[in-house]
Structure formats: C-alpha cells, structure tokens
Design a protein around this ligand. Structure first.
Ligand code: BTN
Length: 246
C-alpha cells in the first residue's frame, strides 16, 4: 500500500483548486501533484453547483492523476471510498456514500468529490471535506444538509490521511472497490426519485417534467445506479444524467 505522492501547491485564497490543478495538468505537472487552499472564491460542485467553506474549516484539495488508463475507470467510486477511509482514520466516525460520490456522515453531507478529466491524459480529483464548518457558516440553499468531521481535525492532517487512502484505493482491484462501495452504499434499498433524461420513460405515461421513482438496488459494473421501478423493471442511471432526491 502506498500513498499518492507528488508535489504540493498551496494557496491561501484561490478561485478553485480544481481550476488551478487543471492549469497545472495542462502544463504537464506530474501524477500525484496536489493543489490545496485555505479558501476558495469560486469552489465548484457537481452539476454546476458551488461549493463553499470558511477559511481553513475544510480540506480543499485537488489531485492530478495521469495518465488516465482503463485501470482508472472506477475512479468515481474509488475516490469517495478513500475519503470515507481517511475520515475514519482521523475521527471515530463511520461514513457512507450517497451515489455517485457524496460522503455522508449520519445522513448529512460531510464531503463531496468533483472529477474533471481529459482522457487519456489526466484527471483532476477534487475533494471537499468539511472539518470544522459551523452550520451557520454554510449557505442556506445547499441541496443536502451538511455536517463536519469535528474532533479538532486540521486540514494538514486530513490531507496526509487522504494521500494515504487515495494511493490505496487507486491501486485497488475492481472487485474490492465494488465490495467496499456496496458496504457503504447509503442508497441501498431506499426510494429515490429522479428526473428522466429525454426519451427515458419506460412506462410511456409520464409527462416530460414528471419525476420518476424507484428503489435503489446497488450499482452495475460501469458504476451506474440500479433502480427497481414500481413495475419490477430495473433501470441503470448514469451519474451525469440524473439529479437524485431521496
Ligand atoms: C459536490 O459534492 O458537488 C462536489 C464538491 C467538490 C468540492 C471540491 S473543494 C476542492 C475542489 N475544488 C473545487 O472547486 N471543487 C472541489
């Protein structure tokens, strides 16, 4: 087991560590390069959402993975596993994953992952992990209620733990990734609803803007979420296509 080693670039304030890591990747920075920041002025979340945290209250880190090969196809599952494990080495907690890659602690969002890639050259793996964010400091319009790790964990310690666990999970065999993800799958057996992508309406009766519902039943070999519809049919949802609600 080996940590994700590489140069580190730290900013007191930057727009987005993912953006800075992307620039470094384009300029040829090596595998394992990590960009961190005390604070971001334009932190990015998935689906174009923003990500914000007060200075030094969260780990804000983006790592460059290169080259991007077939062995990285489970990166979206491996990274939240690494974040869960890092959190658990730092504090007496047990984390779960809300597909595709939100890290949950006691039904609240502890961290998020934003992967931006230019295959086959590189991927930037962005991780935001709340450490000591007071609830009042979080924007009121966050989609999921957020939480923090607490226990006095500092960003430096969190980065050290994350480098260790990322190294491990990037090298893990697919079956280990699937097994660990299934053990941490916060959606397993729960009812979820989503907006159908254009043309996806197996019952044929839905209005275009009607949400669909079903019971989450694990993930498939491509990392899609499997959902059992009320009629018994199973559909696979891709992470880019849907926004989920519980
Ligand atoms: C999400 O849950 O929507 C993903 C959030 C990812 C946030 C992190 S913070 C560090 C890195 N830089 C960014 O701009 N975003 C990611």
């Amino acid at each position: 087991m080996s940590a994700l080693e590489g140069p580190r670039r730290h900013f007191r304030l930057t727009d987005s560590t993912n953006e800075r890591a992307r620039d470094l990747a384009l300029a040829g920075a090596p595998h394992g390069t990590v960009v961190t920041a005390d604070e971001q002025s334009a932190g990015r979340g998935r689906h174009g959402r923003r990500w914000s945290a007060p200075p030094r209250a969260a780990l804000l880190a983006s790592a460059i993975i290169r080259p991007l090969g077939e062995e990285h196809r489970l990166l979206p599952l491996a990274v939240p596993l690494a974040v869960c494990e890092a959190a658990e080495t730092l504090a007496p907690v047990q984390c779960r994953i809300k597909w595709p890659n939100d890290v949950w602690l006691e039904e609240r969002k502890l961290g998020g992952v934003l992967i931006e890639a230019r295959p086959p050259e590189w991927a930037v793996v962005g991780v935001g992990l709340n450490l000591s964010v007071s609830r009042d400091a979080l924007p009121p319009d966050l989609r999921w209620p957020a939480t923090s790790l607490g226990h006095g964990v500092a960003p430096e310690a969190a980065l050290g733990a994350l480098r260790e666990t990322l190294g491990d999970w990037l090298a893990a065999p697919p079956e280990a990734v699937f097994r660990a993800f299934a053990e941490r799958d916060a959606l397993q057996g729960r009812m979820v609803s989503w907006e159908p992508a254009t043309g996806e309406d197996p019952g044929g009766a839905g209005e275009p803007d009607e949400r669909m519902v079903g019971r989450a039943s694990g993930i498939d070999a491509r990392g899609n979420l499997l959902v059992e519809l009320p009629g018994g049919e199973r559909v696979a949802l891709g992470s880019g296509e849907v926004t989920l609600r519980l």
